[in-house]
Design a protein around this ligand. Structure first.
Ligand code: SAH
Length: 211
């Protein structure tokens, strides 16, 4: 199977997905580079360049490529940025971020997923990624503040530690709300408060808590 051609076709498809909502050239370049077929389960290889979420281990999903594109785009990343991701999952979104910025910190609730993503990203040569197992609700205070925070699981409301750990002028992209009414928001922190920049309707798996 020619994965490079399939990937190129997928990117052409998602770039014209929504009229007037173009992805930046750095986001397109990252999507073009990262081999999504290596992040899916072997029995899903044929679907790896379909524009949809696919099942991964621990009853989780690898996000839909269009959603990865729009979330990354909304972060308005610059090469010197330090980014926090909550919900490593397969590590695919992590790799997209690592293509663009200096350092990526990613927290995953399920240890098997964190271990697998770390091994794959190591193998692919990403030296600017740190993956930790834990409850991402608390963020990663010791590395804060972050220029960007991306949450790839749904929350009922923005976790306050994440709000605190976002730098002034930084952006947070996060799906918020009850399961049936969740909205993907892009916020910017201005004068210590989160201001809504963008919103879209998208479905995510929930953020999990212990106990
Ligand atoms: N970006 C990932 C999406 C994975 S789905 C990808 O494209 O592969 C969301 C992920 O969030 C799941 O892996 C889930 O285990 C993780 N998650 C759920 N609750 C979490 C929490 N409290 N802290 C960290 N990760 C969490």
């Amino acid at each position: 199977m020619n994965y490079d051609r399939k990937r190129a076709a997928l990117i052409r498809h998602i770039c014209k997905f929504k009229e007037g909502k173009k992805f930046s050239s750095q986001v397109v370049a990252a999507l073009e580079k990262v081999p999504r077929h290596l992040f899916v389960k072997p029995n899903m290889l044929d679907s790896s360049y379909d524009d949809r979420a696919l099942p991964i281990d621990c009853k989780q999903t690898i996000s839909q490529p269009y959603v990865v594109g729009i979330m990354t785009n909304w972060l308005a990343l610059e090469p010197h940025h330090r980014v926090l991701e909550i919900g490593t999952g397969s590590g695919y979104q992590t790799a997209i971020l690592a293509e663009i910025v200096q350092s990526v910190y990613s927290i995953e609730f399920h240890r098997p997923l964190a271990d697998k993503a770390r091994a794959l990203l190591d193998e692919l040569g990403y030296t600017n990624v740190l993956i930790e197992t834990g409850d991402g609700y608390h963020g990663l205070a010791r590395e804060a503040p972050f220029d960007g925070i991306i949450v790839t699981c749904r929350v009922e409301e923005v976790p306050s530690p994440l709000e605190v750990q976002l730098a002034e002028g930084g952006r947070m992209v996060i799906p918020v709300g009850p399961e049936q009414q969740q909205v993907l928001f892009a916020y910017e922190k201005r004068k210590g408060r989160l201001k809504v920049l963008e919103r879209d309707l998208v479905r995510f798996v929930p953020l999990l808590r212990n106990g």
